[in-house]
Design a protein around this ligand. Structure first.
Ligand code: ATP
Length: 285
C-alpha cells in the first residue's frame, strides 16, 4: 500500500487570453501549492477500480477524477486495477483544484504501484486529458501555466508568508464562470509578468499589490460574499486578497500569523465561511 498527499493550489494571478473553437480557454496563470491536502491510500487489485472516501457527497464512480485517472493507466498500460481510499480535506468545487490534484496523485501512485517508470513529462501529457489543471498538479510548487494549462514554466518559490483561505458555503461551477466571462468585455487584465517578477524578487508587498484574477468580476457579480470576504481580510491586516480560480475560495496574504488567525476568527464570527484555514505556501518540487 502507498499513501500520498495531494496538495491544493491557489492562483496568484489568473488571466484569460483567448478561446479555442472547442470551448477551451487559453490562460496565463501563476499557480502556487499550499499546505492544504487530501490524503490518498492506494492498493493493487486484480483489475477492479474501487474508491472509498470520508466525504459522503462525492461521486465514487466514473464521475470521480481518481476513477478516470486509474482507468486511463490500467487500460493504456494493461496493468491491474487499484483500490483507493480518499481522505478529503480540500474544499470541493472551490477553485482549489481539489479534483485535479487527486487525479494527479492517482497517476503518480499507479506509476509507482505498477513500476511503469513514466517520466514526469509523460505523466503530465496523460494528465491534461483529464483536466487542464492536472499537469500543474503533477508538477507542483510555483509555476506559470499557459496554453490550456499544459505549458508549464517553473518559477522561483514564492516568499514564505501566512495564507488565510476561506471557502463560503456556496458551490460555484467553473463552467458557469467561464461562460459568463465569454459574454463580458474584460476591462482589466492582471499583470501576470509583473507578478512573476515580484515572486522572483521575493517582494511580498509587490506580490500583494499585483494579485489579480479576471474571473473574480463575474463570480462577485453573482456571489457578492466573495467581495465581503476580501474586505474583511484587508481590514484585518492582509497585505492583499484575491479569489482563487473560479472561486468561491478567497485567500489573504499575511506577514503575521496572529493577524491571520484573528482574521479567520472574524470571518467565522461573521458567518461568512465555515471552512477557514491558516496555512503557508508549499514548495514541493
Ligand atoms: P478547479 O480549481 O480545478 O476548477 P475546483 O476546486 O473548483 O477545481 P473540484 O473540487 O475539483 O473543483 O470539484 C469540482 C467537481 O468535480 C465536484 O462537484 C465533484 O463532484 C467533482 N469531482 C470529481 N472527482 C473529484 C475529487 N476527487 N475531488 C473533488 N471533486 C471531485
Amino acid at each position: 500500500m502507498i499513501t500520498l498527499q495531494a496538495y491544493a493550489k491557489i492562483n496568484l494571478s489568473l488571466d484569460v487570453v483567448g478561446r479555442l473553437e472547442n470551448g477551451y480557454h487559453l490562460v496565463r496563470m501563476i499557480m502556487q501549492t499550499i499546505g492544504i491536502c487530501d490524503e490518498l491510500s492506494f492498493e493493487r487489485t486484480d483489475g477492479e477500480i474501487r474508491i472509498t472516501a470520508n466525504d459522503g457527497d462525492l461521486p465514487l464512480g466514473e464521475d470521480n477524477l481518481i476513477y478516470r485517472a486509474a482507468v486511463m493507466i490500467r487500460d493504456r498500460f494493461h496493468t491491474g486495477g487499484v483500490s483507493v481510499h480518499l481522505e478529503k480535506r480540500i474544499p470541493v468545487a472551490a477553485g482549489m483544484a481539489g479534483g485535479s490534484t487527486d487525479a494527479a496523485c492517482t497517476l503518480k501512485a499507479m506509476n509507482q504501484l505498477y513500476d511503469l517508470r513514466l517520466s514526469e513529462e509523460e505523466l503530465r501529457e496523460l494528465g491534461v486529458k483529464l483536466g487542464a489543471d492536472v499537469p500543474y498538479c503533477i508538477m507542483g510548487g510555483t509555476a506559470l501555466s499557459e496554453g490550456i494549462g499544459e505549458v508549464l514554466t517553473p518559477i522561483a518559490p514564492m516568499p514564505d508568508c501566512f495564507l488565510l483561505v476561506a471557502k463560503p458555503e456556496i458551490n460555484v461551477s467553473t463552467k458557469y464562470v467561464y461562460e459568463q466571462l465569454d459574454s463580458h468585455e474584460i476591462p482589466l487584465h492582471p499583470d501576470v509578468d509583473g507578478m512573476r517578477r515580484a515572486i522572483e524578487e521575493k517582494d511580498i508587498r509587490g506580490m500583494a499589490r499585483l494579485l489579480g484574477n479576471v474571473l473574480q468580476m463575474v463570480t462577485v457579480e453573482r456571489y457578492p460574499i466573495v467581495e465581503e470576504l476580501k474586505q474583511v481580510m484587508l481590514e484585518q491586516g492582509a497585505l492583499g486578497s484575491l479569489m482563487s480560480g473560479s472561486g468561491p475560495s478567497t485567500f489573504g496574504i499575511f506577514d503575521d500569523e496572529e493577524k491571520a488567525k484573528a482574521a479567520a476568527e472574524r470571518i467565522k464570527a461573521l458567518g461568512l465561511a465555515k471552512q477557514v484555514f491558516v496555512t503557508r505556501p508549499v514548495d514541493i518540487r
